[in-house]
Structures are given as structure tokens and as C-alpha cells.
Design a protein around this ligand. Sequence first.
Ligand SMILES: Cc1cc2nc3c(=O)[nH]c(=O)nc-3n(C[C@H](O)[C@H](O)[C@H](O)COP(=O)(O)OP(=O)(O)OC[C@H]3O[C@@H](n4cnc5c(N)ncnc54)[C@H](O)[C@@H]3O)c2cc1C
Length: 449
Amino acid sequence: MKNDFDVVIIGGGVSGCATFYTLNEYTDIGKIALLDKCDKLASISSSSKGNSQTIHDGSIETNYTSAKAAKVKIAADKVKHYALSKGLQNKVIFKMQKIAIGVGDKECDFMTKRHEEFKSIFEGLQFFNKNEIKKIEPKIIEGLDGNDRIENIVASGYLESWCAINFEKLSQSFVEESAKSNKDSEVFLNFKVVKIKENPSGGYTITSKDNRKINAKFVLVNAGSYSLPLAQHSGYGKDLACLPVAGSFYFVPGNLLRGKVYGVQNPKLPFAALHGDPDIAISGVTRLGPTALAMPKLERSKYLFGNISGELLTIDFKVAAMQVLLDLLKDSEIRNFVFRNMFFEVPYFGKRLFIKDARKIIPSLKLEDLTYAKGFGEVRPQVVDMSAKKLELGEKKILTNKGITFNMTPSPGATSCLGNAEIDTLEIAKYLNKTFDIERFYKDLSVIK
Ligand SMILES: Cc1cc2nc3c(=O)[nH]c(=O)nc-3n(C[C@H](O)[C@H](O)[C@H](O)COP(=O)(O)OP(=O)(O)OC[C@H]3O[C@@H](n4cnc5c(N)ncnc54)[C@H](O)[C@@H]3O)c2cc1C
């Protein structure tokens, strides 16, 4: 039957596209469908406007422990190797300098110790003192008055790294490459899934908003912030809640920075610290951000407080979830962060407050140079585990062992797309009694060519 598939992936962001590619290229599963509610792939969090365009391998993300960094590096390397082996240099993946800076004695001490610990995981990781930073990234040192800033400052990172990526184009590449496998796989755009029904005879029927139906033996839900509403609508993930946290960016004209500059992150927060870098999708601008604002929306749209997401109403909103959030706010560091970020979004005042934080990276920034990047940024669907009464710091998977799996993928979900595809492909192949050529998957994606 035309609409009968072995596997249906709901969500054509970078996670769904990476798994679509892995299933098509490395398994003997015959018919795979990829569905997306939008008219093009990767137009929400994975779009080039939605995220920070960074391959987070753990080398400069200071809230990662060395154990977490070693783990994310494996997934990050797969993305790098894929892009390089397909000749996507300077189209999808870009090489630039990347450093994490410590500003002031306390942060310098932290960065120095961290560098010593991390250099064994990250071959060639370099340490830079203030004079060296002045040569490699002068705008970090130049003060507002034109003289060198007074604080001590050190950095750890790389002078060259394939660290910037357009996840939207990467997603498109995954789907283009999938077409080469000559299977009966298909991509359905403008297919908004409203219902996933388990059939008594096995498998699932997926229904779109306009009442089209597709059958699947296995369903993988990679719908970003919409994965949890779809799970709960299907009766799963009732012990979870979602805290959507929007991230916005600011632009400064000109290439003020030569590469990515990250700051020291608060380990209590699951979000990347404010950073600056050259935008790879728009030439000649420096991007600063993202901010972090909790809001009742699963997808950012034109108006920040308009169109509150109806799907949130379908997520079980239990007292326990509220309690977890209130507990978080008891921590003064988190509370200050939350309120500060709320003000970043307020017209007139937001920019004036944001520039104080941004000057940690570029001290000579002038207010008139800073423009709110309208239409940029997206929502991070942070997961609250109500049973454990805690905010999950990363991704979350709802495994049912019944031929349907749901993935929630806040940062660094895009970097982990092939790592997650590997895990899901193993599960799907086992469930359908099919073969995953994992050796070839590793061989292709684990060596830089
Ligand atoms: C401000 C910000 C900065 C970030 N920076 C980075 C970074 O530098 N590096 C990094 O690795 N990660 C970063 N992330 C995280 C990263 O963007 C996400 O982890 C990643 O894009 C998630 O991809 P996804 O495919 O799972 O979800 P998405 O890209 O959101 O894709 C989900 C897809 O599902 C579709 N969909 C949803 N509901 C339905 C439905 N009912 N029916 C059919 N289709 C549906 C949507 O249309 C969408 O295309 C950042 C996130 C934010 C918000």
C-alpha cells in the first residue's frame, strides 16, 4: 500500500533528518517516511536563524564535566566527519577559531584548572594569556576607552576548528543523501500530525490535520518541542513537563570577532552562556546571545507574547511541575538569571541591560551598534522530570518498547543528531528484526578524511 511504511519519523528537523539518513543508508529497512508540519525541512530550532550554529564538542562549553565532554565529542565528531566526507566545507560546515574566556581572577583560576583537565581529552587544545588573546581576538581586550581592559583574562581553545555549522543545510544534505539509497522512502511536508493511534493488529496510524493517514510499523517522534505534547496525547510521558525557554540574539555590524567566543557558564543552568561569533548565514555581522526567557510557547513566532502554544494546554500541568520551578527560583543565582533575562526582552531597557553582559566579551561595544535580531532564536524545550522533581539538563527520550519512541532535544541536540540517530536506529532495527550495518556507520563517520 502506498501509505504503509516500515518506519515513520515525525519531525524533519536535524534530528529527524539524521535518523532518516541513517535508516536509509545503513539498514535494510525498505520504506521510511519523514513527515513535517512545515513547508520545508528544519525551519524551527534547526534553522540557521534558530540556534547558535555551533558544534558543541565540549572543548569550550564550560558547564560540561570532562565525562560529559568526552561523550558529546563522539557525537560531535560524527557530524564533522559526515560534513567533511560529503564535501560540505564552507557550504554547511565552517572552520574558525574558538575559545572560552575566563574574565577576572576567579574565572581565570577556573579556566586554568579546566584547561589542564580537558587537554587530555581535546588534542591540541591551547591556552592563551591576555597578551596572546590580544593578538588572536583583539576586540576581547580592547576597552571602551580604547585602552586594554583592566581585568585579568585567559582563554582555552583552538586557533582553527570545524566548529561552525548550518544545521538547516545539514538537514537538507541528510535528505538528499538518503535519496541516493534508492529505497521507497518519502518525505511529506505540510503534514501536521494530530493523532498517532495504535492499531489492534499492530503498528500505528498517523493522522494529519487535514485527515491524511499514514501507517507505520515503528514511529519515531522527533518533533522538537512538540514531542512531549504528542507523547502525552498518545498516553506516554505523563511524569514529564516542559519548560520552554526562548533564546534571542543581538547583531553588531562588522566582523568584530574572528571566531567563537564563549564565556564561563553557570553549571546550574542547562543553557549555553552568552557568546559571540561571526554569523555563518549572514556575512559581515557578529551575533551575540542567546538570552534565556521562560515563556508559554513551544515555537517562537513573530510576536514574543502572541500566539501562546495551544499544545502546552495538552501537556499535563501538575502541581509537582510548578513546585520544581519554584524550587529552582529559590536559588538566588538562578533567580537573578531568570529576571535579568526577562528584562532583556523589554524594548528600550533590554538592550541597555544586555550590553552590560555582552561587554564581558566585547568591552568596546556601543549601544547604537547593537540591534535586536528580529526573527532569530528559538525555544529550548527543557524537560522537567516531575517524579525526580528536577529540571533535566539535556535531552530526554521516552522509550515505550511498543514500536514508538519520543525524543526531546534541547541543546546540544543538534550536535548530537547522528549520535541519537545511532541509538534510535539500533532500537528500530532490533524491533523490526532488520540489520543495521553499524560497522560501516562507524567507519564512515569516525575518521576525518
Ligand atoms: C537559542 C538556541 C541556540 C541553540 N544553539 C545550539 C548550538 O549552537 N548547537 C547545538 O548543537 N544545538 C543548539 N541548540 C539546540 C538545537 O537547536 C536543537 O537541539 C535542535 O535543533 C533540535 O532539532 P530537532 O530536529 O530535534 O527539533 P526541531 O529542529 O525543532 O525540529 C522538529 C521538527 O518537527 C516538526 N514538527 C513539530 N510538530 C509536528 C507535528 N505535529 N507534525 C509534523 N511535524 C511536526 C517541526 O516542524 C520541526 O521541523 C540551540 C537551541 C536554541 C533554542
